[in-house]
Design a protein around this ligand. Structure first.
Ligand code: PLP
Length: 502
């Protein structure tokens, strides 16, 4: 470009931008004000349903969006009031609907931490509903009329079920581990095998919890092999605890060796030390009943004479989020007496749900059918196949153009339990006709009843292991909505393509 052409091009550019700027200014001036929109009959109707501040904020947000689009040059003609109201209404709905919502877990992962881990049993739900609506004897002894202890409502039950002398409950298992270390080993050494320095879900790392508690970590052995004499050689004047942590979410395979709880407890007691077992997921029935032979359980841990055992309430136990500590009366009392115990104490809703869940364990014969996490693991593939057939029939009845197949597949327990154990399962598989699987998956997530599914070989899988029959109706509706939404978008996209390019 020579100088003349450059100057001409710049002049042309200036004229175009000036015209654009003038047009943008005009468009901005034409945008209605919030106060005039508030008088629009549609908005007046919203006032019957939604709080005024939320309406005002949504109108402002919508106007701000259009203003920004005008300035970006994305809008070239006057904005319709209807468009502003549509955008404000969508924003209003987003602002006023609860953030925590029920979700259909179609992933097959029973203890999905992102989806709230264990669903509660009916008795626990009833207990929460009843207990939450009024007062309860949380810290009040009804026989004497004096102050009681909140722990008493579950401590005896826990002792009875697990065979331990005493028990206490805190906010989660991370808190349980921290308290044990802080109260019993601050300033002292805790011996742990290198192969058990676990990280769970990103924020629980045993070495970090240890250093925060003031206890000093003494790692022994190697990643794949630790022997009893490794523990023994590490013991010195500063040692307080020998600790066994369940490597919940990973397995070392091949040339491996670890010390089982029994011999570790014996060694600890020989040297007058404490043996602590961080069990992770508190299985409280015989694991082999659920085909989980090899998964450590609470009863065996207590029977091995561990001084303290801790585990989560919302993993395989199937209760509310909490951390349970069981063990000797003396140590449990020490933990309860700690000023820090108060900072991790659980609320009445947790205790109501936990007590009801534990009562189901007293009834050994029917416990699996009562506790959802256990019955989900226990469900046979025959039963899942029957339910899958029912679900796919309902889907096909509503969406005759789509194809749904019942297939076998594998899933995992999740929540750091049995990471290497594939559980055979049955899924309804669906490859949406004519639209992208990814788009449908995200539309399902954002549906009114959100559905979280897994994708395999570009097909969406609804895993019947975690879908209850009461979820079917919501799932079918969400699938219909997703097909409609993604289908419409695709139509719009093709319209866009057919626009003449100017
Ligand atoms: C899950 C787990 C934890 C953490 O328990 P939260 O209840 O999630 O705090 C700690 N240790 C082990 C071994 C676990 O599996």
């Amino acid at each position: 470009m020579n100088l003349f052409e450059e100057t001409r091009a710049k002049a042309f550019y200036d004229i175009v931008t000036d015209t654009m700027k003038a047009n943008n200014k005009k468009l901005l001036r034409q945008l209605p004000s919030v106060s005039s929109l508030l008088e629009h009959e549609e908005v007046v109707e919203w006032l019957n349903e939604f709080p005024r501040p939320a309406i005002v904020a949504s109108l402002k947000e919508a106007l701000e969006g259009f203003r920004a689009s005008i300035l970006e040059g994305e809008i070239e003609s006057e904005v319709e009031v209807e468009d502003i109201l549509d955008s404000a209404e969508a924003e209003l709905e987003r602002r006023t609907e609860p953030s925590l919502r029920n979700v259909i877990n179609a992933t097959g992962i029973i203890l999905h931490t992102g989806l709230g881990r264990a669903p509660l049993c009916d008795a626990a739900i009833e207990a929460i509903v009843e207990g939450a609506s009024g007062y309860c004897n949380l810290e009040y002894d009804l026989t004497t009329g004096s102050r009681g202890k909140r722990q008493d409502h579950v401590a005896e039950l826990l002792a009875e079920i697990t065979g331990a002398e005493a028990a206490t409950v805190v906010n989660n298992n991370a808190a349980a581990t921290y308290l044990i270390l802080q109260v019993l080993a601050a300033g002292k050494e805790v011996v742990v095998s290198r192969g058990q320095l676990v990280e769970i879900g990103g924020s629980f790392r045993l070495p970090d919890i240890m250093s925060a508690s003031g206890a000093m970590l003494r790692e022994v052995g190697t990643t794949n092999r630790t022997r009893l004499r490794d523990y023994e050689q590490a013991i010195n004047d500063r040692t307080a605890i020998l600790m066994l942590a369940h490597p919940s979410n990973f397995r070392t395979v091949g040339f491996t060796e670890s010390v089982p709880l029994g011999p570790m407890v014996e060694l600890a007691h020989e040297y007058n030390l404490l043996a602590v077992h961080d069990l992770g997921s508190g299985v409280m029935i015989d694991p082999s009943e659920l085909g989980m032979g090899g998964e450590p359980d609470v009863l065996s841990s207590v029977a091995s004479d561990a001084d303290l055992t801790c585990f989560s309430g919302d993993k395989l136990l199937g209760g509310p989020q909490c951390g349970v500590i069981v063990g000797t009366a003396e140590l449990v009392e020490k933990i309860n007496q700690s000023p820090l115990a108060r900072t991790y104490r659980v609320g009445k809703l947790t205790l109501l749900a936990l007590e009801a869940t534990l009562r189901a364990y007293l009834d050994g014969e029917h416990v699996i059918e009562q506790i959802p996490t256990l019955s989900m693991i226990d469900a046979s593939t025959d039963k899942l196949a029957e339910r899958a057939a029912k679900l796919s029939e309902q889907l096909m009845a509503e969406l005759p153009k789509e194809r749904f197949y019942v297939c076998s597949d594998v899933s995992f327990a999740g929540g750091g339990s049995m990471p290497d154990q594939e559980i055979p399962t049955v899924v309804v598989q669906w490859q949406p006709a004519g639209c992208s699987t990814d788009e449908v998956v995200s539309a399902l997530r954002e549906a009114e009843v959100p559905v979280v599914a897994r994708v395999r070989d570009d097909a969406i899988c609804f895993d019947l292991r975690t879908i209850r029959e009461s979820d079917f109706e919501g799932l079918v509706t969400s699938v219909m909505d997703a097909v409609m939404e993604v289908g419409e978008e695709d139509e719009e996209d093709s319209n866009d393509l057919s626009l003449p390019v100017v």
